[in-house]
Design a binder for this molecule. Structure first.
Ligand SMILES: [Zn+2]
Length: 412
């Protein structure tokens, strides 16, 4: 064999062995999920006028399917999901007001589910407060909750959680651009043509860097998980030694709102295709999962990246972390044990609740199966105090950075 030919063969061999081209994988699980598009029911958007009491659902994130007057002082809002079957996270949000000062009893009526979210209110869409417990009564029928509220001519917004629409999330994401290490990228469109956005965080070239994925808001009412993501990301963007060094060493891809249609339509859980997006991470049948998964695969192939960690922010009844069972060993094993113990040590009165589990058609399975990455579902309680959500997320971000900053990037 001639000498130049040997060199060409050697070059081809090196190229093939050094670039591990990622392809989007589909997975079979014991319990497959049908994530093909289903029909959703749109709520009728309108202003209701019942005597001198008014209510409307004319804003993004609203959910009110009917408004009725039972008698002079008792009114009833009916809340229905976008389609069924559905995991019971009955989101509601509406404005209510009156021509004159008036106290009323307002029933929240859920024909298909149980009440879950403690009522919050706002008069300026910015500051939110919990309704005082003396004004919230559970009726004997647990599908109806009765609120005692005072109405005036000023619109009172009552909602399951603080309203964080797609417009709000985009403006929060754009605000992060005051850090030069942030890029704001629209990677595609949702089923109903809303922007799917990403923040790319890191300084210098992305080439050959290890990547961390941060996801949030597959499930519209899971605002508390989203609030944790905000504080987590803001900590990564601090102008201090740790955060700067971290941004230099790693690339962080943040997808703060995976389900913009569901959020703006006031959905309980699904996207505009009537599907729980967090069951589609083995099939990619919905536009949101398909676009985001393909974007990440293309990104890591273009820049020869290695995804080492994925964290997906959600909400449930209490704070907890869904992690991988010990026999599922990611390339970062045992990262989460050190990470959670760091968070544990910081708080005298709080210990992280670690719930190791198996894989499925959700992101936790995807991060691990697709990339062999460490994989965590970061769950915040629906009613966890908002200042604790922020503080814990800041600590979690710092503990992650401290653990990863001295990691060798031992790429083969
Ligand atoms: Zn969720």
């Amino acid at each position: 064999m001639s000498q130049p030919f040997k060199y060409i063969l050697l070059a081809i061999f090196i190229i093939f062995t050094s670039c591990k081209v990622q392809r989007l994988k589909t997975f079979d699980y014991d319990e497959p999920v049908d994530t093909s598009t289903k029909t959703i029911q749109y709520q009728q958007k309108k202003t209701y006028k019942l005597g001198n009491v008014y209510a409307d659902n004319l804003f993004d994130g609203a959910r009110m399917n009917n408004f009725e007057k039972l008698n002079d002082s008792v009114f009833r809002v009916t809340i229905l999901p976008e389609n069924e079957p559905i995991n019971a996270s009955p989101h509601y949000a509406f404005n209510i007001w009156s021509d004159s000062l008036k106290s009323i009893f307002l029933q929240l009526n859920y024909p298909t589910a149980k009440h879950r979210y403690w009522p919050k209110y706002s008069v300026d869409d910015k500051s939110w407060f919990r309704l005082d417990s003396s004004n919230v009564g559970l009726s004997k029928v647990d599908s109806i909750v009765e609120l005692k509220i005072k109405l005036s001519s000023k619109k009172l917004k009552i909602a399951a959680q603080e309203i964080k629409t797609s417009g709000y999330v985009r403006s929060w994401a754009k605000k992060q651009l005051n850090n030069v290490d942030v890029k704001y990228i629209t990677i595609g469109k949702s089923k109903l043509n809303r922007d799917l956005i990403m923040l790319e965080i890191g300084s210098g070239s992305p080439k050959n860097k290890e990547v961390i994925l941060l996801f949030s808001r597959q499930h519209p009412p899971e605002v508390t998980g989203y609030l944790a993501l905000e504080s987590f990301v803001e900590q990564l963007l601090k102008d201090n030694h740790l955060s700067r060094d971290f941004r230099k060493k790693y690339r962080i891809l943040v997808f703060p709102l995976l389900n913009p249609d569901g959020v703006d339509l006031g959905h309980w859980r699904h996207n505009a295709g009537g599907i729980d997006l967090n069951r589609d991470w083995a099939y990619y049948r919905q536009p949101e999962t398909k676009i985001i998964a393909n974007y990440i695969i293309d990104y890591v192939n273009k820049n020869a990246n290695d995804v080492i960690l994925g964290i997906d922010f959600h909400s449930t009844f209490n704070d907890l972390f869904y992690t991988l069972k010990d026999d599922l060993r990611s390339k970062l094993y045992p990262f989460k044990d050190y990470w959670l113990s760091g968070i544990d040590k910081y708080f005298p009165d709080y210990s992280p609740n670690d719930i190791p589990g198996s894989l499925g058609t959700f992101t936790k399975g995807w991060y691990y199966n697709q990339f062999n990455a460490a994989s965590i579902t970061y769950e915040i309680g629906d009613e966890t105090p908002r200042d604790f959500i922020s503080e814990k997320a800041e600590v979690a971000a710092r503990e992650m950075m401290k653990l990863l900053i001295f990691k060798n990037s031992d790429k083969d």
